[in-house]
Design a protein around this ligand. Structure first.
Ligand SMILES: *Cc1c(COP(=O)(O)O)cnc(C)c1O
Length: 355
């Protein structure tokens, strides 16, 4: 028996949803998971109908930003069996983020139990069209009603499920950001906290007004080393080698990034993780050696980059061979048409069947 309580919906909203026209992030499945932290422990784990909740205007999360999240996916195999992608890695990263933000960890076994039960009860919400998935959004927020600056004593942890079609289908025009920075080593760039996104909105909007899609972030000190693109990790194909910035404490340690490195190494492609400068990338472009750039993250999986602009100079990147190969590999593992060599796909197996 699970100690997660359950409240059924009066009627499912499933038949109101147009699965052919899902916009990322605005359709939430029937059920959500919730738990509350007080007196030093997590309490009242529950799966309940997705609905609004009541929160004090003095809630500390929106005053001081103790707010972290994860982003992961569930997909269906061709035979319809639901699977989670690398759930343990997401559980670990959630707690890495919690620790840095001085928030309590959510025990991994409880997180996995909640994920399996929630995904199972929402399984009819997992879309099956190519490139689509059930996007899973676990998050934790401070829950004290107090305007004093200190870590909250109480927290709320929740998981939402959102069916989504393929994300970022268009090719990205990148602007190398020279004025604003996203993160520095020692800060919180390697943490999935809400504030990182808040800080990125303005520079991204400015870049979009100039006709770009996303910014390519450079390091916060020398503005020399490449970090990430928008909210994704980034890969370059230079002279046949796949190069990506090394995890340095400012970059988010992406699970898609890790998967891609593993897949490429397994296929004997040369992959290098290092401190990569923008000058090296520009030089490689001028020498005709930079053939491709792509972003990598859970939502988009792989986002092709069509051009990169540095100091007003536009560099076109017409080739997307590696992006296509990688996307096929990851999608193939996710829909079980390719072998899952490393056990990344975990079959949804609830401790208890709720219905
Ligand atoms: C989540 C995230 C990524 C990608 O991580 P995945 O685990 O691959 O989804 C990259 N950069 C930032 C800033 C992120 O928040």
């Amino acid at each position: 028996m699970s100690n997660i309580s359950f409240t059924p919906v009066k009627s499912s909203r499933l038949n109101e949803i147009d699965f052919d026209n899902l916009k990322f992030g605005n359709v939430v499945a029937d059920y959500m998971f919730m738990a509350d932290y007080y007196d030093g422990e997590w309490h009242d784990m529950r799966i309940v109908p997705y609905q609004n909740m009541s929160v004090s205007p003095a809630n500390m999360a929106w005053h001081y930003g103790q707010a972290i999240f994860e982003g992961m996916k569930a997909t269906k195999a061709i035979d319809g069996t639901p699977y989670l992608y690398r759930p343990e890695d997401h559980a670990k990263r959630l707690n890495f983020s919690a620790n840095r933000m001085d928030m309590p960890s959510f025990p991994e076994d409880m997180f996995l139990e909640a994920l399996h039960m929630l995904t199972d009860i929402n399984k009819d919400w997992i879309p099956v069209k190519e490139g689509s998935a059930l996007y899973i959004r676990p998050f934790m927020i401070a829950f004290d009603n107090n305007i004093g600056v200190r870590p909250s004593y109480t927290y709320r942890f929740m998981i939402l499920n959102l069916p989504s079609n393929a994300y970022y289908t268009k090719k990205l025009k990148l602007k190398v950001e020279e004025k604003y920075v996203r993160a520095t080593i020692g800060g919180v760039g390697n943490v999935k906290n809400a504030g990182n996104y808040g800080a990125a909105m303005y520079p991204t909007s400015q870049a979009q007004k100039e006709g770009f899609d996303q910014v390519l972030w450079l390091d916060g000190i020398e503005k020399k080393y490449i970090q990430e693109v928008g909210t994704m990790n980034i890969f370059f194909v230079i002279d046949g080698t796949i190069v990506t910035p090394a995890i340095d404490g400012a970059i988010l340690n992406g699970i898609t990034r890790k998967s891609i490195i593993k897949i490429l190494k397994d296929k004997n492609y040369p992959v290098v993780e290092k401190a990569l400068t923008i000058d090296e990338v520009i030089k490689a472009y001028k020498d005709g050696k930079l053939t491709e750039i792509f972003g990598a993250g859970t939502a988009a999986v792989v986002a092709k980059v069509s051009s990169i602009n540095y100091k007003g100079i536009n560099m076109e990147l017409p080739s997307h061979e590696m992006s296509i190969l990688i996307k096929q590999e990851v999608d193939g593992i996710r829909n079980t048409t390719l072998e899952d060599k490393w056990g990344w796909m975990v079959k949804v197996n609830p401790k208890e069947k709720l219905v």
